[in-house]
Write a protein that binds this ligand. Sequence first.
Ligand code: NI
Length: 163
Amino acid sequence: MAIRQVRTIGDEILRKECKPVKEVTPRIKELIEDMFETMYETNGVGLAAPQVGVLKQLVVIDVEDGNQYVLINPEIIETEGSQTGYEGCLSVPGKSGIVTRPYKVKVRAYNENMEQFELEGEELLARAICHECDHLQGQLYVDIVEGELEDTESLMEEEEEQE
Ligand code: NI
């Protein structure tokens, strides 16, 4: 396993559309492991392959609900409700912004054994699924942010003061 370099905003690769994964080769398996390792190292809750420079439809998610989700060729098939809250991205370091997302989503994808499955997520998981699927289309949350981007650090300080 290895930690991969996370591409940041301004890098053209983040704006490209990703291609479907046809087969989970040993290389793809290694990529999945590396993506988890990179995500944990950088304290993220999700990571999409283009963020590590690979234009494939593959995302990993761990919102600390006890599951490690691997979504290959994901497709959001249902959405319900809405939620508005802060969102960040490892490709936009140090920043956060307000984004409205569905409250609940259902996604159809393949796992690392290329078995199709459906996953339903609410709240943070729904937000993560939408955010990561957007990456596969070359979209970043800054495209749909409501208002200005803010410094994550100062937001966290404000939160501490309120406690
Ligand atoms: Ni992101």
